[in-house]
Design a protein around this ligand. Structure first.
Ligand code: ADP
Length: 499
């Protein structure tokens, strides 16, 4: 047991703030590090102490483990929380932190190493009876051999980069004729993105849902699961809408998946907060995909339905405390939704649209949580992930949580950049989503960007018509002194979004 008195958060933006808030609640002093592009960032202002560690490029700042450890030594820091992204799943960094005599608020270097590679993760998990998608047990480099395996598995197949992440290095192959070309592309994508061309072949699951289980393990061998998050609404294999619980699991399957997730964690001696990802087919068969050895972006939905502060638990675990939470005490309370508000243009293939946040007003109210790192007038830097915020709602039922999300989206005022808000609103109101009958192809199947363009135009027409009517009314009754603003002209973000 070693108490943490001063914590450095090796991250930026909303996750840095989120971690520091919990630390402050626990009476722990906080230290921020930042790049030159983040001088005015909120996490820098929030921290008790803040140190600039280099230029904007993350390779010269947020990824410089050596500089971060130096800051810890100078300021008498006891522990580092890595957040997500950057150094959070870097086994070498976890080891460097330990070797410097500091606590790493996350798993051991060994666990990260095993789970960081999709193939070694599958090998470790195979010690337990974990269902896995049929595929090659090892990396394949020989094209003819890979092709032979693909025909055995049966098309369609997926070629995946072993070192892959963030939806990169993945290629669907529909039939044998396409195989050579797709394999070549997958290998070159894997080399350029991860510096490692190892790929493997896996059965492509049709109509899959992405469901993941949150786990927490301490350093004494206790591991529990905190139910699931459904993350099936994705663009480019990356999540945009997440919820907990999933609308399709039965209590029996939930329990079976939870137990498998605990076994996966056990297979690599895991401690800390982690996520075991599964893919679920339309018959509710589930298969292990990979384990993420860090806190996930979408962790708030789990916090909302369980009432557990995951960062607080991570800190206890890093201090060497035993988990006080018991599996049998955990239960699901209500339903939580999260949308990711990215500075992206959904009508232009979700391309980043960074710039200045001219207007930025957060929604509020019962059951509404906003995790963000910006204020009105700030610039969204081009150097990092263009996520502005996470908007989370919590209510008694799934439909109430959706209703709350639509209301919160409508009250979110953002101008200056395009955002994914209108797209997420479209998802919330779509019959396939509200009925719970959707899969990872939601965007491909249902989203037509023109819908948002039409809506924006329609909105403009309505506002213009209402203003004309209002002005005509004013000229007709010059002495009425009416100050009533026409209803359509009050409509907020959708019209604000038009640059
Ligand atoms: P990454 O590490 O790049 O996020 P994952 O293995 O977690 O890669 O997969 C990301 C997404 O790709 C999944 O959520 C799912 O939508 C899709 N996917 C992965 N494996 C399969 C598969 N075997 N069949 C169908 N879709 C898959």
């Amino acid at each position: 047991m070693r108490k943490i008195n001063k914590l450095l958060v090796a991250n930026r933006g909303e996750i840095a703030l989120r971690v520091m808030r919990t630390a402050r609640e626990m009476g722990i002093k906080t230290v921020a590090v930042y790049s030159e592009a983040d001088r005015n960032a909120l996490h820098v202002r929030y921290a008790d102490e803040a140190v600039c560690i280099g230029p904007a490029a993350s390779s010269e700042s947020y990824l410089r483990g050596d500089k971060i450890i130096d800051v810890c030594k100078k300021l008498g820091v006891d522990a580092i929380h890595p957040g997500y992204g950057f150094l959070s799943e870097n086994a070498k960094f976890s080891q460097m932190v330990k070797d410097a005599g500091l606590l790493f608020v996350g798993p051991s270097a060994e666990s990260i190493e095993i789970m960081g590679d999709k193939l070694s993760a599958k090998r470790a998990a195979a010690k337990y009876k974990i269902p896995m998608v049929p595929g090659t047990p090892d990396a394949v480099t020989d094209r003819a051999e890979a092709k032979a395996i693909a025909s055995q598995i049966g098309y369609p197949v997926l070629i995946k980069a072993s070192a892959g992440g963030g939806g990169k290095g993945m290629r669907i192959v529909e039939n044998e004729e396409e195989f050579d070309e797709q394999m070549e592309r997958a290998v070159s994508e894997a080399i350029s993105a991860f510096g490692d061309g190892a790929v493997f072949v896996e059965k492509y699951v049709a109509s899959p849902r992405h469901i993941e289980i949150q786990v927490l393990g301490d350093q004494h061998g206790n591991i529990i699961y905190l139910f699931e998050r459904e993350c099936s609404v994705q663009r480019r294999h990356q999540k945009v809408v997440e919820e907990a619980p999933s609308s399709c699991l039965t209590p029996e399957i939930r329990e079976a998946m939870g137990k498998c997730a605990v076994d996966v964690a056990r297979s690599c001696g895991y401690y800390g907060a982690g996520t075991v990802e599964f893919i679920v087919d339309d018959q509710l068969n589930f298969y292990f995909l990979e384990m993420n050895t860090r806190l996930q972006v979408e962790h708030p939905v789990t916090e909302m339905i369980t009432g557990v502060d995951l960062v607080r638990q991570m800190i206890y675990i890093a201090e060497g405390q035993e988990l006080q939470l018991k599996q049998e005490d955990l239960e699901i309370n209500g339903h939580a939704m999260e949308i990711r508000v990215y500075a992206e243009d959904p009508t232009n293939n979700f391309l980043p649209d960074v710039g200045n946040l001219k207007t930025y007003v957060r929604p509020q109210g019962n059951g509404v949580r906003v995790d963000d790192g910006f204020e009105q007038g700030m610039d969204i830097p081009i150097y990092y992930d263009p996520m502005i915020a996470k908007l989370i709602t919590h209510a008694a039922t799934r439909q109430e949580s959706i209703d709350k999300m639509v209301r919160a989206i409508d009250e979110y005022e953002i101008t200056g950049v395009q955002t994914t808000l209108a797209f997420c609103r479209f998802v919330m109101l779509h019959e396939a989503f509200t009925s719970g009958n959707f899969d990872t192809h939601f965007v491909k199947h249902y989203f037509i960007p023109e819908v948002l363009k039409r809506e924006a135009n329609q909105e403009e027409i309505e506002v213009a018509a209402a203003l004309v009517a209002y002005l005509m009314n004013q000229t007709k009754q010059p002495t009425s002194g009416s100050t009533t603003v026409p209803v359509a002209a009050k409509s907020k973000w959708k019209t604000n979004r038009v640059k």
